[in-house]
Design a protein around this ligand. Structure first.
Ligand code: URA
Length: 423
């Protein structure tokens, strides 16, 4: 094949065949197709789309560019969850140990945050000693042992074609194409070897896919890809217009996750954790177990502690605290009308909780604590939220991001949100 001909075919609205797509992905991974050519192809795909067969072929080719883990020897089912990313989304932390309580192994291979959305590994790395790097043998051993779950970094061997292509899309304005997003996410999850997968596809201001219908299309595309690859797959469409829970950051999100594991925690975090756990367990063949019971009676907390210890962390160590805080109070009495997820995500990022480039460090103690949620009654002078950073000079730019992002007003002006799990 000739890369220029294939790019031109896609540019002119044609469809690529299975052998053409396999050749392209293989040649690109080996360096025979140049970054410039793959960028042009990605843009042609963004503009002209791909058929379901082309998306499947692209996904399979990216899976085949690297290794595929195999957990069939574990002797128990496996289930994982993937979230398309949000603000305050710490659900993986309580979810993994909760599901593992029911003898379903959870191979949760996760990433780091970029931009305004946080990353699970960044949050966990605020626990002293905890490490994200496990070899394939260590992953297998932890899944088959008493922990029954891992949360760790995806190794370089999984879907290397996607790693190359995603970095290219990031710098060429071609991230937003549904065929490319769906194949990128699903190639990694299929290569990870999970038997069941629940997708938490977010919509709303803090989501990667703001528009509900586009989020739904992404969800359907990904579920079809998983199903075609033999993974039991389903998706929940969940609201990301308002941050999840009362914390945004890293160490503070671990603290909130511990509250959930102790049977408490904010209602929305608990609701989503339970909904996703039920879905994972149903797909893994355990639809009727007492999910709430494992949060209330300490089983999920015991798993969490075993998990933290197994990956080198100290479950009893103090989590880092910020050097500086700044609290914003209600200017008047009334109801908190709004709390925009994107603005709060950007503010937490500017406080140091997130990173601008993949190689930057994050400040584990930085972030935001929300003292009120939309719909709550507040009185003048009552704290609404607290910013935390290692350097007070960061507060101005964070506060700038929050201008217009929240409001206190008359109760009659409050519009209640729809359900957290929309579909
Ligand atoms: N996350 C991914 O892994 N890939 C994408 O393309 C978008 C989000």
């Amino acid at each position: 094949f000739d890369a220029v001909q294939l790019i031109a075919a896609k540019r002119d609205g044609g469809a690529l065949t299975t052998p053409q797509i396999r050749w392209l992905v293989d040649a690109y991974t080996r360096g025979y197709v140049a970054d410039s050519q793959m960028s042009a192809l990605a843009m042609a795909i963004l503009l002209n789309g791909m058929s379901r067969e082309e998306i499947r072929d692209l996904t399979v080719a990216m899976v085949d560019s690297g290794e595929r883990l195999d957990f069939s020897g574990l002797g128990k089912p496996t289930a994982d969850k993937h979230s398309t990313g949000g603000v305050g989304d710490k659900i993986t932390l309580p979810l993994m140990p909760l599901v593992a309580c029911f003898d379903v192994a959870v191979p949760q291979l996760s990433g780091r945050g970029l931009g305004h959305t946080g990353g699970t590994l960044d949050k966990l790395e605020s626990i002293p000693g905890w490490g994200a790097s496990l070899s394939n043998e260590e992953i297998f051993a932890q899944l088959s042992g008493p922990v029954g779950g891992v949360i760790c970094a995806a190794g370089a061997g999984l879907a290397p074609a996607d790693k190359k292509l995603y970095a290219l899309r990031d710098t060429t304005g071609t991230v937003e194409a549904i065929p490319l997003i769906a194949s990128s996410i699903m190639s990694k999850k299929i290569a990870e070897g999970t038997g069941a997968l629940v997708l938490d596809v977010k919509f709303g201001s803090g989501a990667f896919m703001r528009d509900y219908d586009r989020a739904r299309e992404l969800a359907q595309t990904m579920v079809a890809l998983g199903t075609d690859a033999g993974v039991a797959c389903s998706a929940l469409l969940t609201d990301m217009n308002v941050p999840l829970g009362r914390t945004i950051g890293n160490a503070n999100e671990v603290r909130e996750s511990l509250e959930v594991l102790a049977g408490g925690g904010p209602a929305d975090v608990v609701e989503l954790t339970i909904a996703l756990a039920r879905e994972m367990l149903a797909l893994a063949g355990k639809p009727d177990v007492d999910v709430e019971g494992a949060l209330v009676d300490g089983r999920a907390m015991d798993r969490w502690r075993a998990f933290v210890s197994a990956q080198g962390g100290d479950p009893d160590a103090a989590l880092p605290l910020p050097h500086e805080t700044h609290t914003v109070v209600a200017p008047a009495s009334g109801v908190l009308l709004s709390q925009d997820a994107l603005a709060f995500g950007i503010a937490a990022w500017r406080l140091g909780a997130g990173r601008a480039r993949q190689e930057d460090p994050v400040v584990h103690a930085a972030g935001i604590e929300l003292h009120a949620k939309p719909g709550d009654e507040v009185t003048a002078g009552q704290p609404l939220f607290t910013l935390a950073a290692d350097d007070a000079a960061r507060f101005d730019r964070a506060l700038e991001a929050l201008e217009g992002a929240w409001a206190v007003g008359e109760a009659s002006a409050f519009t209640p949100r729809g359900p957290l799990v929309a579909e």
